[in-house]
Design a protein around this ligand. Sequence first.
Ligand SMILES: [Zn+2]
Length: 211
Amino acid sequence: MELRKAFLLGALFATCVHASGQGDTEQKMVIIVDPGHGGIDSGAIGINGLSEKELTLNLAEAILRYNNTLLDNRYDIYLTRYADTLISLSHRTRLAKALKPDLFISLHCNHANNAKASGLEIYLHDSPLPQGHMAMAKAMETHLKTKLGYRGRGVKRANFQVLRDNTAVCPALLLELGFLSHLDEARHLERKENISALGLAVLTGIKKLLE
Ligand SMILES: [Zn+2]
């Protein structure tokens, strides 16, 4: 009900702006996608030698590509890095402060000493959160589980800097997309088409959260 009201108000506002001639183009939603790690920071290294920094960048590129080809550039998506470079955590969050996005998504892959640990984890900051952030994280988990068949390990809370600095600006989620220490999950990520499928699932998850 509240959402519907907000939507109607939004639609009304958009009509007013249009009618007054202040803007003919509908404002696109802005999303920041943060490929974890980069440069000398490889992140986790998989049991099969895959590096997290490379996977997260490939995933982010798939998200950009599908936003272009399937969604006709529905969203303005910015990456915190476009190459294999080291970007400080504070620079990653400074971008959000400048762009004021509708959503911040940080992409990671997990690693554990226990080779049996598997599945998805979604993190939110551990401070009291604005209404709706927890529901978004849960919806993203359900979406990814359903689309990809991964085991869900639940929504967790942590004091990660990318979450801490962004939560005041917009909903900020950190996705741990499988364990590089788990043989099957690491092998799954060796195939380009599986990275593409994962990127597509994250993008359609984002679309669901922002509708
Ligand atoms: Zn990571």
